[in-house]
Structures are given as structure tokens and as C-alpha cells.
Design a protein around this ligand. Sequence first.
Ligand code: PMP
Length: 452
Amino acid sequence: MSNADLIARDLKVVWHPCTQMKDTEAMPPVPIRRGEGVWLEDFDGNRYIDAVSSWWVNIFGHANPAINDRIKTQLDTLEHVMLAGFSHEPAVELAERLVDLTPAGLTRAFYADNGSAAVEVALKMSFHYWRNTGHGEKTRFINMGNSYHGETLGALAVGDVDLYKKTYEPLLLKPLTARSPDCYQREPGVSWEEHSRAVFADMEALLAEHAHETCAVIVEPLLQCAGHMRMYHPVYLELLREACDRYGVHLIADEIAVGFGRTGTLFACEQAGERGISPDFMCLSKGLTAGYLPLSITMTTDDIYAAFYDDYANLNAFLHSHSYTGNPLACAAALATLDEFERRDQIAVNRQLAQHMADAVAPLAEHPNVGEVRQTGMVLAIEMVADKASGTPFDWRERRGIRVYQHALSQGALLRPLGDVIYFMPPYVITPEQIEHLGKVAAQGIERAVST
Ligand code: PMP
């Protein structure tokens, strides 16, 4: 089979996610035959460095032998059993280990099977907690401008990226939106910390006015990924934790994209304050299984758990469920992932890789069409602009980011920009040489994209 064969079959029957299917006339999907480490290989033998970790999920490379083995062993033991009324060792062991690894106070793991579902769980649990404790008047959520939390209706509602949300607005619950602490918006000469601290005033004002009707604040800690990889200072999280406590509102940390080492620590919440902060809910998915299998977890506290623990007849239980909740194969992949983190001392290794990423793109910061090169840990983003001095973006209809994508493919790299933001969020098995290659490809791609 060749690329052309599979593309022809694909385009007859598959409707791709996040895709205007008419675009496939000029840009057909890249048919992947196999993966190994950072590499994806198509049916014609072309290879691509997976610089975006296949939508931010892959952590230890494709077809990682240790993770493969663990899943194979699990496959011969138990492929699936429902988690209501039943249990299995991988779900128990994974919950035990995550209780140890996540911030203090997160003592309960509620399983689901994708990121959006973990967000739905957190939203429903927060609302339901307040209801069970005599506060049925709390029905609203506060989110951040430019945030993203998934595509199901509840998760979409608490996001703020128009491209995904606007069409469905009539169907969605209405959050209260605080200004994003996005540091790309800061004035010249203002530090990340000063900017994030100043923008917090907007959140404080919303809480002061609406805490009585608000269940929770939901945020992506440190890094708004789908919102063009915009970043902010950890001081914002510290202020937010303190304010949520003061106003009696839950804090939901959506670490679906940033968890498992992406920001330089195992979880982004660890970077806030001297000892990190503990949210009331922490949503995990993506890197949880190193990109192998769909799984998500909403971690929460004893306090939340206790509000649901009651005689059945009082009908206070949390009845949310999905068929594949806590699937044993996925839990096995997650356990192997945690083992890999330990075995490789990956968080320490990533400090060096992050420095290589910074070095590989350093010259781009001076480019007349680069508004900013920014980085948080293992995520590096390059903002392409029409005019550097004013920060004026290109007209989005010109779709210049796609030119970078196409150039990168021709040079053996998968760089899938978000609009005009090119970013690296690679698997941690990437080498310094491969990072250097990505830097060169990105620079060439940007040069092509901005000319004419
Ligand atoms: N939250 C964040 C921060 C995300 O980046 C994503 C996925 N990009 C989600 C939630 C939704 O996860 P999923 O795509 O698995 O539903």
C-alpha cells in the first residue's frame, strides 16, 4: 500500500477532527504506517519528527518497548471490566501512585476516558458538592479569557476560544470570564510576574461580586495551550488559590495538557509559591498514558468526597459514568509511564532538553516577523507577526502557519501550528540533534511563510 492508496480510501469514509474537510483536496492527511521513538513513518517511507507529540499526548516516544510490554502483559490478564461495583489492580495502583505524586490533599481519583470528560466531572462534582452542602445557589463558573478545556458542551462552555466555541454559544452555559494573565499582552518593560499580578485584579473583582453564585474557577495552570500557547507567571496561581479560599469557591486545575512534565515540573501547580498550590480538583489525561490509550482522572480532596458519602436513599451520590472508565489497559500504560519517569529521572533530563530548545531558536527572537519566542519548560512557542514593533498579526485568512507546516513536512518534521504560532512540544526522548533540526526547519519555514 502507498500513501496515495490509503489517502484515497480515507477520503471516501473518514471525517477528520478539527479539519475543514475541503482542505484535504489540497492537503490530504498524512497516512502513518508506523511509529518509533520521535519518528512517524508514512507508507512511502518518509519520516517525520513528531514535534507536537501527536496533540501533546506522547511522552516517551512511539512504540516504547517498556510501555508496550506492560500493555501486552495486561492484555493477556484483563482487557476491561466495568468500574462500578468492580475493581482491578491497575486502577487501584494508579490511584495510589497519583495520590502520592499530585499536590498534597488530592486523595481521591475519579476515572473517565478523555480530557473533556475529566473537565465535565470536575464541573459537575463542584456544583454537586455545593448542592449537597446546602448551597444550591452556586450554579456558575469563572474561567479565564483565551482558555480551552475541551469540546463537549460543558467543557466547551468554560473555554474561551471563539474558533471552537462561537457557533455553539446558544447551547452553552455562560461562565464569568476573567482577563487572561497571558504575558504576551504585557507592556514593554513589564516583567511576567508584574503583569500576571496586575491582571489578577480582574479575577479578584469577579470573585468579590460573584462568589456567592460561583461553584469554581477553572484554569489551565501556567500555559494556555490551545489558546496559542500563551504563558503566564506562577504568582497568578498563588494569588488565585488564596482568593478561592477566601471567597469559598473551588479551584479546578486543568493539567490535561500541561501535566506530566510539560512545564518543567511533574505538575504545573508545583511552581506556584514556595511549596506549590493544591487545587480542589486536578484534571489529568493526555500524557497520563504517554499517548497510548484514552484515559483521564479527576483528582479531588477528602472534603469533596465526604460531601457525597451518604445513605443511598438520600440520593447524594455522584452517578457520572462512562463505559470505558478506568480501562485496565490504559491504566497499565499509565503505570508504565510513571515507571519511565522514575527510571529516566525525566524531570531532571528535561531541564537540559529545554535549554537545547531555547538555544535552537535563539536567533529567531530578532526576526522582523517574530513577535515573541516564549518558553515554559518543554513547550516553546514562536509567534509570527506581520509587524514586530506594533505586534500586528497577519490576517488570519492568509493562513501563513500552514506554510510552515507544509515546509516542515517536506523536511521530515511534524510542526502543526496554532494559527500563526509555531511551537515545539516534543516527546521527551528527542535528542539535542533532533531539536537543532527542528530549530532550522522552523526558521526556514517562517522565512517562507512571511515572504510574499
Ligand atoms: N483541557 C485542555 C487544557 C486541553 O488541552 C484539552 C485537549 N487539547 C482538553 C482539556 C480536552 O481533552 P480531550 O481532547 O482528551 O477531550
